[in-house]
Write a protein that binds this ligand. Structure first.
Ligand SMILES: *Cc1c(COP(=O)(O)O)cnc(C)c1O
Length: 394
């Protein structure tokens, strides 16, 4: 690997992005509605089923669950709500701790906080950008003790109730190894699969390795419902609990209102679900097109000595957001400046959660790889190009 990402190579990269996406401002990721999106949403309006009741919700839930190979799907108003409800039904309670990664979007930690728990941050792998099973094992062995069937943080006395890794930019992390560790330590695995719809480890979809997982259908994700989320699980009881909790915990009855616990109004409206059903129809073609865009970036980077983030062998990413790794923070900032000034939207990876005021005092393992990556990773425009829209027609 050539360590020098030369200014000439980076200027040529901006030209290549223009070749792919054409003139005008180029966003990082924009939604595309070339299939049945209009027909299905207009049908909701015409039939008056725009809100929390309607057949598209159940259809969307079943479609996403089937695509992921999970037994059950529960739609929610957004991915953050899905993660929150998933943690609650997985048994996370006030005062617990949840092991996660510091290199993630804020929603991961927000969901942990909504459940009344505190995050603990372990490092990521430099190739997947997701939780490192080796770092997880090191942290658990050095910082926890077993008490009955539980794993307890030796420093705080809190129960480690769950582990929540995240599949960064749709690149599957080493989730099978993490699942085995969670099994060994008696910790519930909840996958933050918000970014990884369409990402597989061998034949198995991300989000099916733990007890429960959540996908996001926000407008910037690979497919969208405007805003939305889906919880997936194979556990019928967890699915029932999740549906109940996210729909105000109302006991079914033809006319009486009886709510048996404090639930949430996390329902996905039928209007959004209708959009989602159409987007799921387009997803296979979208994945194929995005793989081609990623291959163009990969080949360009290989030819110009740039470091392109590629999934390790055996892992099939959805290529939601492509990323490169620059030499240092100065090189990163120079590229961000130049590309954005040229109308090509590029973005750095997130600031580490451990550096935000709410989470600065949470335990972490040093986060060597996460810190290194946070200074160097830049996302490139990754939408389906206009020239490929024909392949998305219903
Ligand atoms: C998008 C996202 C979520 C959930 O997001 P919503 O915007 O609430 O749908 C959660 N975690 C990660 C890592 C995400 O990227």
């Amino acid at each position: 690997m050539n360590p020098a990402s030369s200014p000439a190579a980076l200027a040529a990269l901006v030209d290549t992005i223009r070749d792919i996406y054409g003139p005008g401002p180029i966003p990082l990721h924009r939604p595309v509605f070339e299939g049945n999106e209009r027909a299905y949403t207009i049908d909701c309006i015409d039939s008056n089923f725009v809100s929390s009741v309607g057949a598209r919700v159940a259809e969307f839930e079943a479609t996403v669950a089937a695509f992921a190979g999970a037994a059950h799907g529960i739609a929610t108003v957004n991915g953050s709500a899905a993660l929150h409800a998933a943690l609650v039904v997985a048994g996370v309670e006030r005062g617990d701790e949840v092991v996660t990664q510091a290199l993630t979007f804020i929603a991961t930690c927000n969901a942990i906080s909504y459940a009344g728990a505190r995050p603990v941050f372990v490092d990521v792998d430099p190739d997947t950008l997701g939780m490192s099973p080796a770092a997880l094992r090191r942290w658990l062995e050095a910082n926890t003790r077993r008490e009955g069937g539980r794993t307890v943080n030796a420093a705080t006395g809190a129960r480690i109730a769950a582990c929540m890794p995240m599949h960064t930019f749709g690149i599957p992390c080493r989730i099978a190894e993490i699942a085995a560790l969670c099994e060994e330590f008696g910790i519930v695995l909840v996958e933050d699969s918000a970014e990884s719809l369409g990402s597989f480890v061998g034949p198995r979809h991300t989000g099916t390795f733990g007890r429960i997982a959540a996908f996001s259908f926000n407008g910037n994700k690979i497919v969208t419902t405007g805003g939305g989320g889906v919880i997936v699980t194979d556990d019928a009881e967890l699915a029932r609990r999740a549906k109940h909790l996210t729909t105000t915990a109302k006991r079914p009855h033809p006319y009486e209102f009886f709510h048996d616990e404090i639930g949430f109004n996390y329902r996905l409206p039928n209007l959004n679900a209708a959009l989602g059903v159409a987007q799921m129809e387009a997803l296979p073609a979208m994945l194929a097109i995005k793989a081609e865009v990623a291959e163009r970036y990969r080949a360009f980077c290989a030819a110009h000595g740039l470091r392109f983030v590629e999934a390790p062998e055996g892992k099939v990413p959805n290529h939601w957001l492509n990323a490169i790794i620059l030499d240092d923070r100065a090189a990163r900032d120079a590229f961000l400046e130049a590309s954005n000034a040229a109308g090509v939207m590029t973005r750095p990876i997130w600031q580490l959660m451990s550096e935000l005021p709410m989470y600065a005092d949470c335990q972490n393992d040093g986060l060597g790889n996460a810190r290194w990556l946070a200074e160097r990773v830049v996302n490139l425009p990754s939408s389906v190009p206009d020239s490929e829209f024909g392949r998305l027609k219903a």
